[in-house]
Write a protein that binds this ligand. Structure first.
Ligand code: FE2
Length: 494
């Protein structure tokens, strides 16, 4: 057994020390044209890629216990009509970030386990949460918004990335409200004569959970909202839509607040996953009167992210990344010391939901370790053929994401573009070509951390042929810590 384990370690596609360096804080804010470019930037690729993620992995020298506790830092990569590409990064000046920068010390505990120095007594009954605005960034209704699911959005200037302040979405939210960090963009909403629409949700957790669905017009105005109370505590990071339904997967978790209240653990560490119990799939109609919410038992494991959903007759298909267990940091182990091999990988499953019979069937569609799925944005909520996702270099086992996988759901054909051993990838953003006919006709924009050079690259891959050499690799002058989510807009901001 020991021989087998050491053999597996020999075959690792990654170097743990180099992977760890990608989690170094990046306290600097940059603003420059990228000159170090291999390949050619496609002429038609014009617009701005916005990305969000933790920029600081320490607060004034005190290391974070979990990267999800890091202050949000936005990157804007602008592809100009003259072929030039500009890079800019800026921290979201949240109230907590500004306070901690000014005071020179950690003032807030983190939700995912970071405790203020001084032991439990210094954290006892401190339930002040810092809005870290670090999970996603969207451009909608002429506003650039940094999102974090436990608080209000922060608005930034899309040209300069200067923080404007908390945004209540024109009165939709009240102080203290929250909205999820995973909105869905309906490319052609049936309810609005085919115009695009942004669908998002908020959750007020407790012994029961109040879920509110919001739908916004392209000018940012609220079109519809409706609330539903469902039994049980909810930890729901993402959701999926079809033209007529919102799908939220209520993971089978419980929450014990006492270790958090007593200053011993972060709130996120007080969530326990119950693998022996089914999760609940909550199906909420998007059409008036928004009634007949269905709650179906589903044996999904733990889910952070969904790939997509679509309707076919009386069936809904939902594709999700599922874990056999909640991928938490092992107790008494720093996140940088993650033992990947001991954790369950995220795998892609397809759920077929029969709305009449209220049954759910499931089938695995990719067994390899995957995270950060993305599809052609024109197919959100619709039947689709191509799925792109971050994945491990090797087909089996759990490991850092070092490759991008393209999966043809029609033929089962797979393509892989690996950046191993030195490269570590983030979420691949698919940008359709302006005159695209086929669903995969477009570019994948991927931020890749180069562990050898301790810097990050923006890599442009060909969506139709993922395996060929990158179309272009844009070398940044520095590294960007591993990020979370982002979005593309065809508007060029600089
Ligand atoms: Fe996410």
């Amino acid at each position: 057994m020991t021989n087998l384990i050491s053999k597996q370690k020999e075959n690792l596609s990654y170097n743990l020390q180099k992977w760890q360096q990608g989690y170094e804080s990046q306290p600097n804010e940059y603003d420059y044209f990228i000159n170090d470019i291999e390949g050619n930037i496609p002429e038609q690729l014009q617009g701005t890629l916005f990305r969000n993620g933790p920029g600081l992995l320490d607060v004034q020298g005190t290391p974070l216990q979990h990267p999800f506790d890091g202050d949000g830092m936005i990157c804007a990569i602008s592809f100009l009509p003259n072929g030039k590409v500009h890079f800019r990064n800026c921290f979201v000046r949240t109230e907590g970030y500004v306070q901690e920068q000014k005071s020179g010390k950690m003032i807030y505990r983190g939700v995912f386990g970071t405790q203020k120095p001084g032991g439990w007594i210094n954290n006892l009954f401190d339930i002040n949460i810092k809005n870290i605005a670090n999970t996603n960034v969207i451009y909608w209704g002429k506003k650039l918004l940094a999102l974090w699911e436990a608080a209000e959005p922060y608005r930034l200037d899309p040209n300069t990335l200067e923080t404007i302040g908390i945004d209540y979405l024109d009165g939709v939210l009240n102080p203290g409200d929250s909205i999820a960090a995973h909105p869905c963009f309906d490319p052609s909403c049936e309810l609005d004569k085919g115009q695009p629409c942004l669908v998002n949700y908020s959750i007020k957790p407790g012994l029961s959970s109040k879920i509110t669905i919001y739908e916004f017009a392209p000018d940012g105005s609220l079109l519809r909202s409706h609330s539903h109370v469902v039994p049980g505590f909810s930890f729901i990071h993402d959701f999926a839509i079809t033209p007529h339904y919102c799908l939220l997967l209520q993971n089978s978790v419980s929450f014990n607040p006492f270790p958090f209240l007593f200053g011993l653990k972060g709130a996120g560490e007080c969530v326990s996953f119950h693998a022996d119990k089914s999760s609940k799939l909550i199906i909420i109609p998007r059409t008036y009167p928004y009634e007949k919410v269905k709650i179906l038992e589903i044996n999904s494991g733990f889910v952070f992210h969904h790939v997509n959903a679509y309707e076919e007759g009386n069936n809904i298909y939902l594709d999700s990344i599922c874990y056999d267990s909640l991928p938490q940091i092992q107790p008494d182990r720093h996140y940088k010391e993650t033992d990947f091999e001991s954790l369950d990988p995220g795998q892609i499953w397809r759920f077929k939901i029969n709305l009449d019979q209220e049954t759910v069937d499931k089938e695995m569609i990719a067994s390899r370790c995957c995270e950060f799925p993305y599809i052609n944005p024109n197919n959100v909520g619709r039947n689709y053929r191509y799925l792109f996702t971050g994945t491990a270099h090797n087909e089996q086992g759990n490991a850092p994401l070092q490759a991008i996988l393209k999966l043809d759901l029609l033929t089962g054909k797979k393509q892989l573009h690996s950046f191993a051993p030195q490269g570590y990838v983030g979420e691949p953003i698919f940008v359709p070509k302006p005159d695209a006919i086929s669903e995969d006709e477009g570019w994948l924009l991927v931020m890749v951390y180069d562990g050898d050079k301790h810097r990050s690259d923006i890599v442009i891959l060909d969506g139709e042929n993922l395996e060929k050499e990158p179309i272009a690799t844009l070398h940044l002058k520095h590294h960007i810590p591993y990020g979370l989510h982002g979005n593309w807009t065809s508007e060029v901001f600089l």
